[in-house]
Design a protein around this ligand. Sequence first.
Ligand code: PMP
Length: 385
Amino acid sequence: MRGLLLIPGPTPLHPRVRQALGGDAIAHTSAEFREAFLELLDMTKRLFLSSKGRPVVFSGSGTVGLEALVTSLLRPGDEVLSLEAGYFGKRFTLLARLHGARVTAVEARGGRGFSAEELRELLARQRYRAVLMTHVETSRGVESPLPELVKACKEHGVLALVDGVCSVGACEFRFDDWGVDAAVTASQKGLAGPPGATLLMLSEEAAAYIEGRRDIPSYYLDLARWLKVMEDPRIYLSTPTTHVLLAVNVALKVALGEGLETRWRRHEMQARALQRALERMGLALVAEPGFRAHTVTAFYAPGGSAGELQGFLYERMGLYLAQGMGEEKEKLLRIGHFGNIGRREIYQAVSLLGQALRAKGHGVALEEALGGLLEELAAVPEPPA
Ligand code: PMP
């Protein structure tokens, strides 16, 4: 890929991560791999800010982690509430249904996520075993107030199962302090690693529940098996994608080396600067204020031809953005701005987008957008060198 990759994952790799991917094969049974893997698990706990939780990392994408979660934590017939703010919320519902849960799905309206008040109302109406929630809904750039949602779950004694695929590593996430029961992320998003690994965090109670089950109807998605591998990585379940996992180890070092709080603040500041610039340009964002994500921004493509604009931006200008998902494919464009994406890339993206829209005959206020942007971005820390 030549040019600028600003899609909601995968996202550009740090040179040290690329270097880790370029090594020769190593044995998954070697002491070298075992050491790097145990270090990766330790860093995963630091990433989620959990000292008590049990990390599980294995080969597969975010979807695999989410499916393992519902397979291992839910039983057929369990009553589950699913908060859907877009495509990935619906997918979470589907995964739980495929594994036999009785899911009540509720959809967020417009460009909103869910508030704690809405969740409390839903929880007061019916008794559930678990709530499925997506921290950042990637298809629409919508972020929900996770700590408050988890708190509402705790008040009702309901499990909070979190899709943190598009947030962990870039957005504030405090697994222990917030009382999350289980959360999933993937290597290619906020962590800025290559795709191919899923990282889960289970509370002590959730892990104990899984370890006590003898009826998990899967081999690869059975987290009880994976928990044993985490204790002793020499146990063989299936050959790990060693290169990917070694590269994720390095991506975690880069992310934690930046400092989590600095990293969260950087993502928030650059997201806000980008979002304000797009609005000044005259574009309509999908997410309402208060629900705008720090990692991905979706906006309505002027003229409703997202595909044409996306193609033009890439082929003529080298800027790769993503279209909308599902029914919104032609309506929306999405910008991923996490990991190693920083203020320079954001400035370039706004500039190229404005020029492309002009070339396509849309009157946009590009100078207004860029004017304030430079000053705002000057205050944003640089991504890791
Ligand atoms: N959930 C969310 C919120 C996502 O953004 C994604 C990936 N875009 C997934 C789940 C699925 O992850 P993967 O593509 O790694 O399987």
